[in-house]
Design a protein around this ligand. Structure first.
Ligand SMILES: [Mg+2]
Length: 283
């Protein structure tokens, strides 16, 4: 059976909010302003994620209870088409996961409501009374290049036939070389650095179904075209071996460059006929 995996960013993708900003808001307006500035600079690719990660959490020091409050906000502001899209993807055999630079205890409720079991996000450590102790500083999504690192690991352990990433930030765009398809999600945040470099863009999650099909058709066309180009080259090299004129070969080359299937069929037929009618008894 074909193994298909699709990874979703969480903040400004599955839900309208940026969880870390909301946590900061709970910590007071001054801390909120500082944290939001740091987040925006990181998401716009102006400063490295690892530079802001610890600084933000040192300012906020979120408790378990506050993380659960953010979990409820993610649910209240869930992307309106997320549930039905993920249901449809599950039905079509896609394994869905959340890949986030956010915090695991904040994301759990949203994941559960979407029927997603696999969460890749930053673990937070709490004391027995629920107060903040720290975060997993080694977790890959605390730094730039963390998301591609996790997807590369996942590729080598699970060997999926298809791997897709959906998200709004530069940290999501970074997965492009690893995945079969990166889809920029622009409903909540259209970041120029991301939209200028992506091939696919979704304004709501329901668009994903069509975009996945578009990419499948595009790849199929490229494969067919490269098959036709290879076939044309094969014919030409065979003709060269038979010593046919340079003119005949260059005509075939020009035709193969346009890669039109009916033109290729006509050329193949006429070249084969000319080969058949030639006297190759000397070969
Ligand atoms: Mg995001």
């Amino acid at each position: 059976m074909i193994k298909k995996i699709i990874a979703f960013d969480c903040d400004s993708t599955l839900s309208a909010i940026e969880g870390v900003d909301e946590l900061a808001r709970l910590a007071g307006s001054e801390i909120f302003q500082q944290v939001q500035d740091l987040t925006n600079q990181a998401m716009d690719g102006k400063i490295a994620i690892e530079e802001v990660f610890g600084r933000r959490l040192d300012l906020i020091r979120p408790s378990r209870e506050q993380c659960e409050q953010i979990g409820l906000m993610y649910l209240e502001q869930i992307e309106p088409t997320a549930k039905k899209t993920i249901e449809a993807l599950h039905q079509d055999g896609w394994e869905c996961l959340i890949l986030s630079g956010g915090f695991t205890p904040c994301i759990q409720a949203l994941a559960q409501s979407l029927g997603i079991e696999h969460i890749e996000a930053v673990p937070i450590h709490f004391d027995t009374d629920g107060s903040y102790l720290g975060f997993d500083q080694d977790y890959p999504t605390t730094r730039n290049g963390g998301k591609p690192e996790i997807l590369a690991d996942l590729k080598s352990t699970l060997s999926p036939d298809r791997l897709i990433m959906v998200g709004d930030g530069v940290s999501d765009l970074e997965t492009t070389p690893i995945v079969d398809q990166f889809i920029a999600f622009t409903r909540y945040a259209a970041r120029p650095k991301v939209t200028e470099q992506c091939l696919f863009e979704a304004q709501e999650l329901a668009d994903l179904i069509d975009l996945i099909m578009d990419n499948f058709l595009l790849e199929k066309t490229i494969r067919q075209r490269s098959y036709r180009a290879r076939r044309a080259n094969l014919i030409i090299s065979e003709l060269s071996a038979f010593g046919l004129s340079l003119r005949t070969r260059s005509t075939a080359l020009r035709a193969s460059a346009c890669l039109n299937p009916s033109a290729m069929r006509a050329i193949s037929a006429s070249l084969e006929a000319s080969v058949r009618s030639s006297d190759f008894s000397h070969v």
